[in-house]
Design a protein around this ligand. Structure first.
Ligand code: FAD
Length: 347
């Protein structure tokens, strides 16, 4: 099967890119043929995996993909992960986007050799593609730090990616590690149920002002890329969503320094203090899930791989577009990717 464009990944980044291809096709005499390959059995990308209390940084009105605004959220706080999943499911149906699932892409050959096509190797067979857009997100690649004593610890160790809610931690002594949004939200989630909750961060948590949400983050990221500001990091690390604000202001959530090492029964700090824990949750981030590309160079700003103009990236972080790893921000990178694909294919 020959296609003009294959999009790998059917989360928000893949869908936004597909939407822009549909729009671009309306203006073309010969439409581009394309499909989206996604290895999940259902729509929604990583939003299917979020824990029940996970809430967005922003209200629905500032969490929309191109073309169709996210429907209003009627619950408390900001929209839940399930609301985003339902929105992506409806988005896909509304535009009748050609998503094939479950189809896992295991490799892409022909990269760097313009004399031949790209060949996408997938669980349902191979297909040739003029352009491959990678939109595989990062949920599949949780980052675990290496900390002395990790192997000695007798309790459970989990990552943000495994966290499914507070029930499993009821009455336990829990250490949550990480000073970003996941760490803050999971610590806030566990504070009311854990017997003891310690939240360890590398530096004092830096909360964004309470009125700053995803829209401001998008604007900050955009300004930084334009060389006109210090970027999202200059604002802080943690969006003070209502659940985190409540835990911080009403329940006394505060952070401890990072321990030096894990021990068989808990952790030890540099000053010799030891504390016992039953469970550690590593909220230490994610890396791009790009195993199928085996080391192909990523863009250094923009969507195009320096190794091959036919290999594009959408949705991973500022290196492939300002705030491109957000709902509000991915549209711009998706539009760039669709335009680049057409330019490459039109020669
Ligand atoms: P994903 O949603 O991960 O979708 C990628 C899809 O590709 C998945 O279905 C995956 O299974 C599939 N896939 C992966 N590899 C392959 C392969 N080889 N072959 C076929 N399919 C493959 N952003 C916001 O805007 N607001 C927020 O409040 C917010 N909160 C977040 C909270 C957390 C805890 C995290 C981790 C991220 C958050 N983000 C938020 C960032 C971002 O919006 C999400 O990470 C989002 O899921 C990224 O979408 P994506 O489409 O790029 O990737």
């Amino acid at each position: 099967m020959d296609l003009d464009v294959v999009i790998v990944g059917g989360g928000q980044s893949g869908l936004a890119t597909a939407w822009h291809l549909v729009r671009l096709n309306r203006r073309r005499e010969v439409p581009l043929t394309f499909e989206v390959l996604d290895d999940r059995s259902r729509a929604g990308g990583a939003w299917q995996d979020g824990w029940p209390s996970l809430e967005l940084f922003s209200p629905a009105a500032y969490s929309s993909l191109p073309g169709w605004p996210m429907p209003p959220w009627r619950g408390p706080g900001n929209p839940s992960a399930a609301h985003v999943r339902d929105y992506l499911t409806a988005y896909e149906q509304r535009y009748d986007l050609p998503v094939r699932r479950p189809v896992a892409v295991t490799g892409v050959s022909g990269i760097g050799d313009p004399s031949g096509p790209l060949v996408v190797h997938a669980s349902d067979g191979d297909r040739q593609a003029g352009v491959v857009v990678n939109a595989t997100g990062s949920w599949r690649r949780p980052f675990w730090p290496t900390v002395p004593g990790m192997r000695d610890f007798a309790g459970t160790q989990r990552h943000t990616a495994d966290y499914t809610g507070p029930t499993a931690y009821d009455g336990l002594r829990v250490l949550v590690v990480g000073g970003g949004n996941s760490g803050a939200q999971i610590a806030a989630d566990l504070l009311p149920v854990a017997r003891e909750l310690t939240w360890a961060t590398q530096r004092t948590p830096r909360y964004l002002p309470d009125d700053v949400d995803g829209r401001a983050l998008f604007e900050a990221a955009t300004a930084a890329v334009a060389g006109q500001g210090g970027g999202v990091g200059s604002l802080g690390d943690i969006v003070a969503v209502p659940s985190v604000r409540h835990a911080r202001d009403e329940l006394g959530l505060h952070a401890a320094p990072m321990p030096d090492r894990l021990t068989a029964s808990g952790v030890r700090w540099a000053d010799g203090t030891e504390r016992a824990f039953d469970a550690v949750i590593w909220c230490t981030g994610f890396r791009p899930a790009l195993g199928h590309l085996r080391g192909v160079a990523r863009p250094n700003g923009g969507v195009v791989s320096p190794d091959d103009e036919r290999v594009l990236f959408v949705g991973y972080g500022d290196w492939c577009g300002p705030a491109s790893a957000t709902l509000i921000g991915v549209g711009r990178s998706a539009k760039d990717a669709a335009a680049r694909a057409a330019a490459v294919l039109d020669g």
